[in-house]
Design a protein around this ligand. Structure first.
Ligand code: FES
Length: 120
């Protein structure tokens, strides 16, 4: 098991009401995304619990127009940004997979072993 740390971005680059996708495993697709909601940073695996596809319709577009909910643009599921719980759509009651992160100085860092199961 690897304990490699994956640096995603500076914490101050995550702005309230916006989200950013990241490709920490270098697969060519953003496999995780991060957002700031009510001041708290959250990181989720970029996979909808409905059909296990990526959520965004284009780079970094994970949120509703008002920035208050996460949206899967495949079939319109909506998720709470603080818990990842689906509150509308075909996967109602399911949740996005939250990822643990920590701060190193001003940087948002993930442990790589959380993502290895998703790399294949
Ligand atoms: S794949 Fe996300 S709502 Fe269907």
């Amino acid at each position: 098991m690897s304990h490699e740390a994956l640096v995603l971005c500076r914490l101050d680059e995550l702005v309230e009401g916006q989200a950013r996708g990241f490709d920490p495993l270098g697969t060519g697709k953003d496999s995780v995304f991060a957002l700031r909601h009510d001041g708290e940073v959250r990181v989720y695996r970029n996979s909808c619990p409905h059909l296990e596809v990526r959520l965004e319709y284009r780079k970094d577009r994970f949120l509703s127009v008002d920035g208050r909910q996460i949206v899967c643009y495949a079939h319109g599921a909506r998720f709470l940004p603080d818990s990842g719980l689906c509150v509308y759509g075909p996967c109602l009651g399911d949740s996005l997979s939250a990822l643990q992160w920590h701060a190193e100085a001003d940087w948002l860092v993930l442990e790589a072993d959380q993502l290895e199961a998703y790399a294949s």
